[in-house]
Ligand binder design. Structure first.
Ligand code: FAD
Length: 331
């Protein structure tokens, strides 16, 4: 039915020649999906500079081929210009599926592209699989209380956005070679209806990017107030990590939303996640379950967080955390 549609595409989000993690992360699961149907994994790079280096990076992380579009009009992201490029490319090459990171940019680009290529979009996926040539897009539904498997058997391309931090990047293979195709697509300036006049950073520069952190010491309602984060900060500092939070703490106004982990916060994938005074609600776990090692500190032995934790300490965080900090400082 869809013989002319083939190959899986991953959009490599980048700004000024620097790739965001999410596109490189997506090359890992999609590599296996492409192999399972004997199709190529193609990365799409759109930027105003350094596209050759971006393409080489995508190949190292698993792409067989990279289609590159470079132009001054792609220096800043605009819905019109980027949708135009992907639409022109999709019409020419007819990919079977397109994967986009569920970042602010991807959440804007995905639906617009879906409308243009007349297909559906599965947004905010947390897991991917292949079923008889159809992508199985899995995403939380009903407030995270169930996971919905969504297929798109009637349309091509299949299109979806995937949350950052859900998948780990593959180890880069410096010897991997791939094909780079340069496409000359210009978007007339009159087609670009929005212009970025200024970028104002709202998050103060001392708020770390918790999505990139390797160690997170996260506090929930159990910290009892903003001052409760003091002991967590000391542990985070001793371990070279950052603090994070549950929504209960953010809603209480104890800590900025930039630190929130979970369904309506950030998805994180650190090496170590220490959950302190967090009960383990499904909406919180959705944002941290891909951490390599989860350590839970909670005074309730029945707390759900212990079901996902690799190590659990039943106790008062204000007694346990300072002991951990002292021990780590000794090493
Ligand atoms: P609680 O559930 O109140 O748990 C506090 C825990 O601390 C308890 O287990 C208690 O035993 C323990 N404790 C108390 N004092 C101490 C102490 N001194 N030492 C050790 N342990 C102690 N939540 C998120 O976190 N992120 C999200 O993105 C998110 N999105 C949501 C989206 C929707 C649509 C909905 C409906 C909810 C969402 N929630 C989210 C809220 C979520 O359901 C929970 O309400 C929230 O995660 C609870 O936060 P908590 O674990 O910090 O608080």
């Amino acid at each position: 039915m869809f013989e002319e549609y083939k190959n899986l595409w991953v959009y490599i989000e980048s700004s000024n020649g620097v790739a965001a993690n999410v596109g490189l992360e997506l090359l890992n699961p999609t590599r296996a999906l492409a192999d399972s149907v004997n199709e190529k994994l193609v990365a799409i790079v759109i930027d105003s500079k350094d596209t050759e280096a971006l393409a080489q990076t995508a190949i190292k992380y698993g792409a067989d081929e990279v289609i590159v579009v470079e132009g001054e009009e792609y220096a800043s992201y605009s819905t019109d210009a980027y949708t135009n490029v992907l639409n022109v490319l999709a019409e020419k090459y007819k990919p079977s599926a397109i994967f986009i990171g569920a970042t602010n940019r991807g959440r804007d680009l995905g639906p617009r592209l879906a409308a243009r290529v007349k297909t559906g979009l599965t947004a905010d996926c947390t897991s991917l699989a292949m079923d008889n040539g159809n992508i199985v897009w899995t995403r939380p539904a009903f407030g995270g209380n169930l996971m919905a498997n969504i297929l798109c058997p009637e349309h091509r391309p299949q299109l979806g956005t995937v949350r950052p931090g859900v998948f780990k990047k593959a180890e880069p293979d410096e010897h991997r070679v791939g094909n780079i195709i340069k496409e000359d697509i210009t978007t007339p300036l009159e087609m670009i209806r929005t212009k970025i006049v200024d970028i104002v950073t709202t998050v103060s520069s001392d708020v770390p990017n918790i999505e990139e952190a390797e160690i997170l010491v996260s506090g929930g309602a159990g910290v009892g107030g903003p001052e409760g984060y003091g002991v967590l900060k000391e542990l985070a500092l001793a371990m070279g990590g950052s603090i994070a939070a549950s929504r209960a703490a953010v809603d209480a106004g104890w800590i900025d939303h930039a630190y929130q982990v979970g369904q309506t916060g950030k998805t994180v994938g650190p090496k170590i996640y220490i959950a302190c005074g967090i009960s383990g609600a499904i909406q919180h776990v959705a944002g941290m379950s891909s951490a390599d090692v989860i350590i839970a500190i909670n005074k309730d032995p029945e707390a759900n967080i212990f079901k996902v934790a690799d190590y659990g300490i039943v106790g008062d965080l204000f007694e346990v955390v300072p002991i951990l900090t002292e021990e780590i400082k000794k090493r």
